[in-house]
Design a binder for this molecule. Sequence first.
Ligand code: ADP
Length: 364
Amino acid sequence: MNEKIHIRTQAADYILDSLNRITQNGFVAYNLDGVITFFNDRMQEVTGWHESEMLGKPIKDLFLAKEFKTLANGSDMVSYAVTLFTRDGKQLTVETRTTSILDADAKPDGYLTLFQVESYNKNLDKAQSEFISTVSHELRTPITSIKGFAATLLQQGNLLDEEKKKKYTKIIKDQAERLSRLVEDLLAVSRLENRKVQLTIHPMNLKPMLESVSEIVSSKYNNSHKIDIQCSEMLPNVWVDSDRLEQILTNLIDNAVKYSPQAKLVEIKARTCQHNGSEMVRISVTDFGIGIKEEDLRKIFTKFSRLDSPLTRVTEGTGLGLYISSSLSKLLGGDLTVKSEDGKTTFSLFLPTKHHEGGTIWWD
Ligand code: ADP
């Protein structure tokens, strides 16, 4: 081992060992030449580098060199963000604080840098990178298609007949709309997860909204399905934010049509019921389509979950709709459940019938 790494005083050793046991932060000690002399447990956990790989190595190997110069310029205490290199090739930006380690004669003997990684969570990091990779994948398909057809129109536009030109322009428009829906869904997820959804709760008559959403969805699919709406007599008003409710109903009715073959029936029923000890209105949307297997029922409410089936493969979707609908229904003080058996799938949306301030979402 490099001689220089033995420069720490015994007292400093004990202090660093004790600090290592009590802190959730990472820290690294290094001598005046920038050679690492102490690499604590938390740093090993966060960066993936083992102590044995780091001791004796230059500190500048751990983060950007230009930042190291600032650290070692003799100032007593500096704090700023640095970019750490992890063992698996990732870069992590963290806040640091650096101070000098003094020897018995109060002369600088080295440096101690604290990396503020107390809230760093490896699982969160993994979830984030999975999210980025899924989003990139979802973006790539429409972008490739837009680029390809735009290039064809540009290069061979004069040679194409009117019908082909129209067809290609329509593909570009459809794919741009798909991109825009994906971006809207991503923004909705981000607003929900950052608790930035503003609600305006007011009493609302459900029937006109059920009718208008059904009509919009039906015309989107060229009236390929029969949508039947039954509301019980004397249905009380529901206390909701109407924009959010429209978003949930559109998702449920759209899915019912999308995941069942043409000419099938979609049934929508609204009636009062008791749910979790309160009077609520239950809106059930039933279809007779591809169904959902028992083991997949929970999965469909998570982000980007699309179940594999021949129909799902040919239908467009982001896999974000039910995640958003389920979160929004909780924010509206309600609930969203699903049941699928004997070729019949029913999503039930429960909504409050009394004044309330909005509900809370608990994420796992
Ligand atoms: P998307 O429809 O955009 O894929 P959703 O979050 O709305 O996303 O739905 C998630 C998945 O749940 C769908 O991809 C599909 O596999 C399944 N699903 C949703 N609704 C139904 C339904 N009515 N019948 C069968 N499967 C469904």
